[in-house]
Design a protein around this ligand. Structure first.
Ligand code: AMP
Length: 181
């Protein structure tokens, strides 16, 4: 199974990925987690990505696409749950091309819908280093302007599954699993 978790920051993509990964039996790939690890380990990628992340901006496409390409050729060749990628239309198009090269397609794009005031509340309670008020606002703007257009992109392709992202993590994961099974 090849699926993408889409949704604004704070929608619960990481939490849902953790809850459903075992049921799905595919590797979970979070570009945010990969980038945070790179920053911690002070790799070349981490050094280049840090300033963008601290400001709540997207890291340049070529840096992130390199990470994804590598995984699609290795452990994610037979299936994956992507979390936080793609983040804009260019990344969506690149993903389509990478999959096309292998003659495969996406099965599901799960969009977690959560109202903005709830997103802010959740992020303020999370305590991640990029979760201060200014950065949260920047990331919500980035989502609206750059990521949300992917909903139409995937709706047109018939793979968008919209999920109500309000409720307990278990309630939401039941909804997600009902859509992707
Ligand atoms: P996340 O954990 O998905 O909220 O990502 C945290 C930060 O990592 C984002 O605010 C971006 O700076 C960066 N990031 C994660 N995924 C991507 C991506 N696909 N493209 C560009 N930047 C990304």
């Amino acid at each position: 199974m090849r699926a993408v978790l889409l949704g604004p920051p704070g929608a619960g993509k990481g939490t849902q990925a953790d809850l459903i990964r075992t049921s799905l039996g595919v590797p979970h790939i979070s570009t945010g987690d990969l980038l945070r690890t790179a920053v911690q380990n002070q790799t070349e990628l981490g050094k280049q990505a840090k300033a963008f992340m601290d400001e709540g901006k997207l890291v340049p496409d070529e840096l992130v696409i390199g990470l994804i390409r590598e995984r699609l050729q290795s452990d994610a060749a037979a299936g994956f749950l992507l979390d936080g990628f793609p983040r804009n239309l260019a990344q969506g198009q690149t993903l389509a091309e990478l999959l096309d090269e292998n003659s495969v397609t996406l099965d599901h794009v799960v969009s977690l819908n959560v109202p903005v005031d709830e997103l802010v509340k959740r992020m303020m309670g999370r305590g991640r280093s990029d979760d201060n008020e200014e950065t949260i606002r920047a990331r919500l703007d980035v989502y609206e302007n750059e990521t949300a257009p992917l909903c139409d992109f995937y709706r047109e392709r018939g793979v968008l599954r919209e999920i109500d992202g309000l409720g307990t993590p278990d309630e939401i994961s039941q909804r997600v699993l009902a859509q992707v099974k």
